[in-house]
Design a protein around this ligand. Structure first.
Ligand SMILES: [Ca+2]
Ligand SMILES: [Ca+2]
Length: 284
C-alpha cells in the first residue's frame, strides 16, 4: 500500500479499513482479542500494527555469509516467549506530523530534503526524537509503545528465514522487496530516494520495508559483538549507550549489504537522511 499526500484523514481511514477486509479486526485495540497476524490501529493517526508470535531464531550471521561483518557474531539462539505488536511500516512523515500537531514530538519538523512525500518514512529524526514519539504515542493510547529491541528487530525482519535476505540468498529479489541504493543494483527498484511506505512486497510477518528504505533505530546500546548478548529478546542496556544500533539498511545502502544480520550504529543525537524508525507495542 502506498500512501501519498498530507494526512490519512477520516475518509481515507474508512476506505483503508474497508480495503483491509477480515484481517482488520479493530481500529482501537483496547479490549480486543489480539492474535498473531491480527492487524490494528490504536487511534486514527496511530501507526498500523501487526501482532507477531513469539518464537526462537538464530541471531547474527554465519561466517559463510558473503559481505558479513565481525560484529554479527557470535551467532546465538534467541527465544522470544511473548507476542508483541510491530509497525507494519516505518513511521511516516504524516504520522510524525500528527504527533507534532497534537503537541508531542517537540514541535520538531524534520527536513524531508524537499522530497514532499507525507507517506514516506520520516527521516532526520534522532534516537532521542524517536523516544519522544513513542512516549507521545503511549500517552495518547494508554498502551506501551517503544522501539523494537535489536533482537526483536532481527526476529521480525527474518520472519522465520535464516537466509541473508528475507527473500532468499540472491540479490535479484531486492527490486521486488526493498528500496536500496541504486548505483550498484542489478535491477531498478524505481526509487532514487525514499519510497512511500509499502511500495514493495512484505515479508512473512507482513512487514514492509524492514530491509531498505530507511535504517531503523532500535532500543539497544551499541556493542561490538554479541558476546554476553541477552537471549530473551530484551534490549542491551550496557555498552556504549551514547551510540544506538540501527538496522536494515536504506535507500543509500548497496543491495549486497542490505542483509537481515547487518548492523548499523550512530550517536543517539544524530539525525540522518536515511535513518528513521519502526515502533513496537507490548501486548499484555
Ligand atoms: Ca532505490
Ligand atoms: Ca527499513
Amino acid at each position: 500500500m502506498a500512501r501519498t499526500g498530507a494526512g490519512i484523514g477520516v475518509d481515507g481511514l474508512v476506505a483503508f479499513v474497508l480495503g483491509l477486509g477480515a484481517n482488520f479486526w479493530a481500529i482501537t485495540g483496547t479490549g480486543a482479542a489480539q492474535e498473531a497476524g491480527g492487524q490494528f490501529r490504536d487511534c486514527e493517526v496511530c501507526p498500523e500494527m501487526v501482532v507477531v508470535p513469539g518464537g526462537s531464531f538464530t541471531m547474527g550471521s554465519p561466517s559463510t555469509e558473503v559481505g558479513r561483518y565481525d560484529d554479527e557474531e557470535p551467532q546465538h539462539r534467541v527465544t522470544i516467549d511473548y507476542e508483541f505488536a510491530v509497525g507494519v511500516y516505518e513511521i511516516t512523515f504524516d504520522e510524525w506530523d500528527a504527533c507534532a500537531l497534537m503537541g508531542g514530538c517537540r514541535n520538531h519538523s524534520p527536513r524531508d530534503s524537499e522530497w514532499g512525500c507525507g507517506g514516506c518514512p520520516v527521516i532526520s529524526v534522532s534516537w532521542e526524537d524517536a523516544q519522544v514519539y513513542v512516549e507521545w504515542l503511549s500517552r495518547t493510547t494508554g498502551e506501551h509503545y517503544r522501539l523494537l529491541t535489536e533482537a526483536e528487530w532481527e526476529y521480525v525482519a527474518r520472519a522465520g528465514t535464516q537466509t541473508a535476505w528475507y527473500w532468499g540468498e540472491a540479490e535479484p529479489g531486492q527490486c521486488r522487496y526493498a528500496n536500496a541504493g541504486d548505483t550498484s543494483a542489478p535491477c531498478s527498484d524505481g526509487y532514487q530516494n525514499t519510497a512511500p511506505a509499502g511500495s514493495f512486497e512484505p515479508n512473512a510477518f507482513g512487514l514492509y520495508d524492514a530491509l531498505g528504505n530507511v535504517w531503523e533505530w532500535t532500543a539497544d546500546c551499541w556493542n561490538e559483538s554479541y558476546s554476553d548478548a541477552p537471549n530473551d529478546g530484551s534490549a542491551r542496556q550496557t555498552g556504549n549507550c551514547s551510540v544506538r544500533t540501527a538496522r536494515g539498511g536504506s535507500w543509500l545502502t548497496a543491495p549486497s549489504t542490505l542483509r537481515s544480520a547487518q548492523r548499523g550504529r550512530t550517536h543517539a543525537g544524530n539525525r540522518h537522511t536515511d535513518l528513521g524508525f519502526r515502533v513496537a507495542r507490548t501486548i499484555n
